[in-house]
Every structure is written in structure tokens, then in C-alpha cells.
Design a protein around this ligand. Sequence first.
Ligand code: VG1
Ligand code: CO
Length: 543
Amino acid sequence: MAVSIVPTQPIAGQKPGTSGLRKKTRVFMEPGYLENYVQAIIEGVGGVKDREIVVGGDGRYFNDAAIAIILRMIAANGATKAIVGRAGILSTPAASNLIRKRAAYGGFVLSASHNPGGPDEDFGLKFNVANGGPAPEPVTDAIFEATKTISEFRIVEEAAPPIDVVGTFDLAGMTVEIVDPVADYVEMMRGLVDFERIRALFASGFTLRFDAMSAVTGPYATAILEGELGAPKGTVVNGTPLPDFGHHHPDPNPVHAKELFDVMFGPDAPDMGAASDGDGDRNIVLGRGISVAPSDSLALLAANLHLAKGYTSGVKGVARSMPTSRAADRVAAKLGVGMYETPTGWKFFGNLLDAGMATICGEESAGTGSDHVREKDGLWAILIWLDVVATRRMSIAEIVADHWKTYGRDYYSRHDYEALPTEIADAMLADLRGGLTDLPGKVFAGMRVATADDFSYTDPTDGSVSSKQGVRIGFEDGSRAVFRLSGTGTQGATLRLYVECFEPDPARHDLDPQMVLAGVLEAADVIAGIEKRTGRERPDVIT
Ligand code: VG1
Ligand code: CO
């Protein structure tokens, strides 16, 4: 084989964030940029020689060209086999499954998730390790170190084979196996939820609108919902993956999935609404006139999981990211199982799942998943919801109200301030951190601070410590505010402010969360000086 060894130099700023490296697509397309980072990944993960590697992405602009480069590079670095989703498509959970099922060494997942796609939008790349999950911190640290010392990359001169048909090809001595991206995933879901029971639900007239947001879940949702489960054609909308997601942000929130929210809150709402994000790992679930807050969805799924076919032996433990509401903690307490609070990002759940300490994990950002893979899984969550509805035969609104009656309601909201000047956002967090010890006992906008700290996580499985994971302020009345900066943005800095408070009284479970949380929001603004420092009177996105 003809391998080119191309001299290169370190490029500043190639530090993997919450889920790999995300940059403007044009940055990734600069000559040598992607190659440089891919070689650093290869070094950081300990080489790919004699290994099998999974490759696939969410189909966004540059997906196929980037895959061709990655294939030529892993061939040059000695991989024996690449397993590639047809047309370069693999949802993040499907990639995780394929890595595990094939016992591959790991996989390149090409996605910037919910960020928009296109030549002037965003692109991303992450490496998932052998357990199917995102590379843990020691590995991402090693990748980052490699970006700082890199001096050459390796690439074969041969062109990569076409990837739009299933089959086996040779690339300079490496086998390239192109697989159906959907089939293995469908098989896995068949074991986890009761297809017959959900089929009967649809046959009884139950209606669903699943919005794939022109992103990667379209083919998966169509095959399962309309194919296996017999939902009527048209149940899946925006089901064809497009390189620019039809000019939308494939983010299933009230701003970017407005059309779905409008339908679900309108006169002709179906029984259930659902959507997923760019790479298929997030989910949102709605009922007629109600949207289920992701933190509540985690708690509800944990409480009902034993009803789904694959989980009849129950839940071993529950894990949530720190900013996620404490609703799930109440379920874990009632079940008498472990509850783990981790930093934001799915990579922290992997060790807990591998150790059998948790069965279900979730984040407030619309991510839920279980020990079936090592990523969050949007369609999985929606199918579990369907299995629960099919078993309990209650509406989404009734299931949610019943849950709050049993456990109380954790009112919750996240406010995002996007594209802030980085210096302003960094200074705001630094000052907040610097003043934490002075806060307890002080009163802000009528709210007395009880506790204030910067979240630090010690992994119970390997003792590794991740510090500075978000500032937490607890108020005397039990409500809480959390501040952190996003690790997935590509423009300036994004401040995320997460607020919550607990309401045990069922007579007060139908209030507007923004109203209930107005006091803690105001106190948070005063403590951090958000408006004063950024000039922003309101957040860009409220979820
Ligand atoms: C965001 C979410 C976080 C999630 C991450 C990746 O990170 O808050 O909960 O794990 O995106 O999700 P950040 O650092 O921007 O807050 V995905 O669907 O983009 O892989
Ligand atoms: Co995603």
C-alpha cells in the first residue's frame, strides 16, 4: 500500500469538549485540519493498528468527505477493518451499539448533534471507546496532548471505496464493510420494548407525531414506528436526513421544534408527540397540551421502566447529570437503589453502567438512556414511553400528573444565554467561583443562600476526579440555581442557568414553571450579575 506521511504542526484549540470537538464546518474543511485532529485521536487512543473501527455520522454537510479521509487514515495507521454505516449514516446510539456488538476497538462518530449543519454551520467529531461510550476524560486528555505535539499524519493514497451500498471492499489492505445502519438497532429495540404491545396500541387508534427534524433518526423511526409497529404512514414527519437539516437547528426544544409544539398544544393534537436531535441521542416527549420536562421524563422512565419488556427485573440504580432536577432522586429513594450525580456529558455515565451500578441515566438537556448502549438514545426513550403507555393505557398527561401526585413536582427550567463574548462569560464565572464562600447567609432578591459550591465529581469506579463542573447555589427554601458554561458551542460562550424548586402539594402542580421559579431566577441574576455584565435582558432559549 502507498502511505503518505504528511508533515503537519499543532493547531491551537483542538480540545475535545462535552462531546468531542465541535467547530465551524469550514474550519474542519481547512486543508489538513481534519487530518491533523484524526491523527491526534489515533495517537490519543493508543493507535488503531490491527483494530476494527466503526465509522458513521449524522449525515450533515461534509459527513461523506470526512468519512473518506478517516477511512484512508485508519488504513494508513494499520487498522484491519472499518465498519461503516451505509451512506455514512449512523445515529449516535446506533454507533454505540455497533461498537459493542462487533467488539470493535472504538468508533469515529461524526456529528455536531443539535447544532445546525451546512458549509457555514457546524461540524463535529468524537471518538467512542470499546464500551461504546464517548472517550472518558483520560483519553480526551491524551487526544488533546497529541494535538499539541503532532508532527505528521498518515494517509493512504488510494481513494476510499463508495459507501452508498452494503458490501465489503478493500482499501489498501484494510477491509471496509458497509452495513445497513438501521437493522442492528431495530433488533436491539425488539429485545427492549414489546413490539406486539405497542403494535396493539397503534391498532387501537393511538396517534403519534414523531418529528425527525430532517436529521439522522428519520430512517430509524420510519423502520420501527411505521414498519414494525404499524403506525400509519405520516406518523414520522421530516423523516429524510438532509445535509443542512432543512435549514433548521435539529434541537428538539420549544424554539427549534416549534411546529411540533404548536401541533401538540393545538386543537388537532395527536395522543403523543416526540422528536429527536441531529444525531439521534436526544428526545422530547409531549402529550396533548403538555410537554414533559426532560428531568421529569428521566424520573418517570425510572419509575416505570420495569413495565418495559427488557427491564422486568427492575432498576439497579439511577444516574443524572448534576444540573438535572432532583425528581429522579425521589424515584431512586423510593426504589431503594443507588443515585449518582455526575458532571454534564454522557461520558461520565459509562463507568457506572459498565460497573452495573446504574440501569438508567439522564440529563436535563433531553437525554435519557440505559445500559443497552453507552450513549443517550432518543428513539429508545420514545419507545419506552410507548411501551409504558401501552401497558398503563393512560394519557401522557395522566401519567405525568400521577407521578407528581406520588413524588411531588420538581419545577425546573434552563435559561441559555448564547454567543456571549468569551471574556465576559469567563469573568462572570470566575468571579462567581471566587465569591462562593461569602454567599451562605446572604439574601439576594429576598432569597437567602444556604449553600454554595463548585461541583467536583469523584468517579466511584476508578476514583478519578473532575472538578469545576458547575457552580451550585442552594437557597434556604430548598430551591437551587446552577451556573455553567457550555462545552458544545462553536460561537463565543453560552451561559446555562438551571433553576428548580420542589412542590409537594398536588393542588399546586399546574402552575407555570417560569412564574414559580421567578424568585430564584431573579436571585440568580443578582448573584451572578447576568444582565449587568452581559446587557442581556432575557435568555435566548428557555427550556
Ligand atoms: C450539552 C448538554 C449536555 C449534553 C451535551 C451533548 O452540553 O447540556 O447535557 O450531554 O450537550 O449532547 P453543553 O456543554 O453545551 O451544556 V449532544 O445531543 O450535543 O451529544
Ligand atoms: Co445529540
